[in-house]
Design a protein around this ligand. Structure first.
Ligand SMILES: NC(=O)c1ccc[n+]([C@@H]2O[C@H](COP(=O)([O-])OP(=O)(O)OC[C@H]3O[C@@H](n4cnc5c(N)ncnc54)[C@H](O)[C@@H]3O)[C@@H](O)[C@H]2O)c1
Length: 329
């Protein structure tokens, strides 16, 4: 039985703690949150004891730490968990600073820590199937990858101000998806962006509508488009075009019911947001981490994947700001 210490009982901490508690191979031994009530409620639900972050990291009867606290705490907590000899599953991103991620990954490497970063979309059954079929050769050589990602509605402007900007906050998942599907590193990044949804987002120095195109050294191209608004729900689609064909994953609707009449054929809106759309992905992610620990297999996506996605997010931000393509080593 793998014993987890869960740090953070907020939106995503709850989702992960429930998955661990439902696993036959793992349990939530301890849980910490800066908000005592949030900690107590979730601990009672998943059968854990409430403890401080420091005590959980030191605890001899904890094998793995799950970090679901706010982003500025991640790198310090990964390092603390790593120094204490624990395996770590940390929510994305490791840090908003590429330099801080590099320093953190040195500690992880020195201690040989099994670290997974929460790029949950790799575990979505549809996107995971696309990646497996690419590797099987179903579309031959990958030439063009398109990733479409649109939120149902923009976040509050206060959130935007501390988010690091759309490329780091929202598109970070799509950078990871593009790397996952293409299977090569991108060396050129070119971004466009605008505030077309909410002028207040523009005033805060960010964009709510963006397109990024990227190219690998061998010439493969990925195109990502993001919007902070989609009237029909959380729009999450992927298309991979290759020498032998095309793989694509459509949106998932609330039901498969359609109304057909003289105006046409009308279906349901797509699943509303990430908590609905990625239920299976979040569960599969935590299960994959637990399975890996049980089998002694290194986790993926790992710290390097976190670093590469952050580099692409930085490059896209710079490209949008300067209006020029950015080359990566
Ligand atoms: N992979 C995904 O799809 C996904 C989705 C949502 C959030 N996230 C990431 O997860 C992290 C948490 O996001 P959230 O939406 O759950 O936030 P949240 O605000 O709902 O939850 C964070 C929790 O951490 C607690 N907390 C804050 N500082 C703490 C500290 N120093 N020690 C212990 N507890 C502390 C807060 O009281 C709160 O309960 C963020 O880094 C975010 O980027 C990832």
């Amino acid at each position: 039985m793998i014993s987890f210490g869960v740090l953070g009982a907020g939106r995503i901490g709850k989702v992960h703690a429930r998955t661990i508690a439902g696993s036959k191979q793992a349990r939530v031994a301890y849980l910490a949150d800066a908000n005592a009530q949030a900690a107590a409620e979730l601990a009672a639900e998943v059968g854990a004891k409430v403890a401080s972050v420091e005590d959980i990291i030191k605890a001899k009867d904890v094998d793995a730490i799950l970090i679901a606290t706010p982003t500025p705490t991640h790198a310090d907590l990964i390092e603390a968990g790593s120094e204490a000899g624990k395996a770590v599953l940390c929510e994305k991103p490791v840090s908003m600073s590429v330099e801080r991620i590099k320093a953190c990954l040195k500690v992880v490497e020195q201690n040989g820590t099994n670290l997974m970063i929460g790029f949950n979309r790799r575990f979505d059954p549809n996107f995971a199937s696309i990646e497996q079929r690419i590797r099987k050769g179903d579309v031959g050589d990958v030439e063009l990858v398109t990733v479409i990602s649109r939120d149902p509605a923009p976040p509050p402007v206060d959130y935007v101000k501390s988010s690091g900007g759309l490329y780091r906050d929202m598109m970070i998942h799509d950078f990871d998806m593009a790397r996952f599907l293409v299977g090569e590193e991108f060396v050129t990044v070119q971004a466009l962006g605008a505030a077309l949804v909410d002028p207040a987002i523009g005033k805060a120095g960010d964009v709510d509508t963006a397109a990024v195109q990227m190219q690998t050294a061998s010439g493969k191209i990925a195109v990502i488009t993001n919007s902070r608004r989609a009237t029909y729900g959380y729009d999450q689609r992927v298309e991979v075009h290759g020498s032998k064909g095309m793989l694509s994953a459509r949106n998932i609707q609330n039901t498969t019911v359609e109304l057909a009449n003289e105006k046409g054929i009308m279906g349901d809106p797509v699943l509303h947001f990430f908590t609905e759309r990625y239920v299976e992905a979040y569960a599969n992610e935590v299960k994959a981490f637990i399975d890996g620990l049980a089998k002694g297999v290194s986790a993926r996506p790992n710290g390097f994947d976190g670093l590469q996605a952050q580099k692409l997010a930085d490059a896209a931000t710079t490209s949008w700001q300067t209006g020029k393509p950015v080359k990566l080593a």
